[in-house]
Write a protein that binds this ligand. Structure first.
Ligand code: B12
Length: 242
């Protein structure tokens, strides 16, 4: 059997078909294929290339971040330049989700044994973007966090009540729109008002969010991407335990 990572073509020698196996596909080529599949909104190609990535031993997080997500961000830029319609963005998002579904299986397999902490996570009120948040949830789960994912468009009070109910260590807030970033600030404000600010750590993230914003609203941490989210939480909780 020919590994998926090898390109092959059928050529004819003396009138007989012969499979010619060509050079192994490089990691860079696989990442490029993932990116292109999302830009073309081709879900089948996204799944295929995700399988190629796994077969080639590409780190699944890298395949998501440097392959699929790069494509989706480019689609977002084209949308903002009015070169694409909202429906195009939706189809690309679907293609990305199909690729992520394949890669996620391997991310989840990495699960470590000791529990790292409990996090209540969700996309804030008014915002339905969930692809990035789902990746963060998957990597946190793989890093042994007990993740309570509340989904999207989550009302402020739901973050508070779920965190209390589960005795969570952390509340994670995702926002993809500049108009919904204030909902992250609202959660922190409510924690202060209810006297529970010291009880839970707060981490924020999402494409328009920056470290400076996290500081401004009084969050404990900002995560640039899924790997950074895990690193920041490990740091935060270690500090709290010592
Ligand atoms: C896909 C997409 C959609 C899809 C969402 C599908 C879904 N199920 O999520 C659909 C088509 C539905 C959509 C709708 C809209 N969208 Co949209 N969308 C995007 C797009 C192209 C990609 C987002 C994405 O999934 N990226 C890939 C993931 C992997 O990256 P990520 O989300 O940034 O997540 C990473 C990090 O940010 C971080 N992270 C994320 N969350 C969290 C949470 C925590 C706690 C931590 C620590 C880290 C973290 O880790 C993640 C993994 O690395 C962006 C473009 C962009 N540059 O972001 C526009 C974009 C966000 N959308 C935009 C807009 C305007 C809209 C609409 C208002 C369009 C409209 N006219 O209706 C609606 C809003 C609907 C709503 N009320 O929420 C704008 C926002 C502009 C702004 N700054 O406010 C963008 C930037 C496009 C643009 N350039 O104009 N969108």
């Amino acid at each position: 059997m020919i590994p998926l990572t090898h390109r092959c073509s059928i050529e004819h020698y003396a009138g007989r078909p012969k499979v010619v196996v060509m050079a192994r596909m490089s990691e860079q080529e696989i990442l490029e294929r993932l990116r292109e599949a999302v830009i073309r909104a081709d879900g089948e190609a996204a799944e295929f290339s995700a399988k190629e990535a796994l077969a080639a031993g590409v780190d699944p997080i890298r395949a998501v971040e440097e392959g699929l997500a790069t494509g989706l961000r480019e689609v977002g830029e084209r949308f903002s330049r009015l070169e694409l319609f909202l429906s195009d963005m939706m189809l690309s998002a679907e293609a990305m989700t199909r690729g992520v579904r394949i890669l996620k299986t391997t991310i989840s397999e990495r699960k470590e044994m000791t529990k790292s902490g409990t996090i209540v996570i969700g996309t804030v009120r008014g915002d339905i973007h969930d692809i990035g948040k789902n990746i963060v949830s998957a990597l946190l789960t793989a890093s042994s966090y007990d993740v309570r994912d509340l989904g999207t468009d989550v009302p402020t009070e739901n973050f508070l009540s779920e965190a209390k109910q589960t005795s969570a260590d952390v509340i994670g807030l995702s926002a993809l729109l500049s108009t919904t970033m204030p909902s992250q600030a609202e959660v922190v404000r409510r924690l202060v008002e209810t006297g529970e600010r010291q009880r839970f750590k707060v981490i924020v993230g999402g494409a328009p969010v920056r470290e400076e914003w996290a500081r401004q609203i009084g969050a404990d941490a900002y995560g640039k991407d899924a790997s950074d989210a895990v690193a920041k939480l490990n740091q935060l909780l270690r500090r709290r335990r010592t």
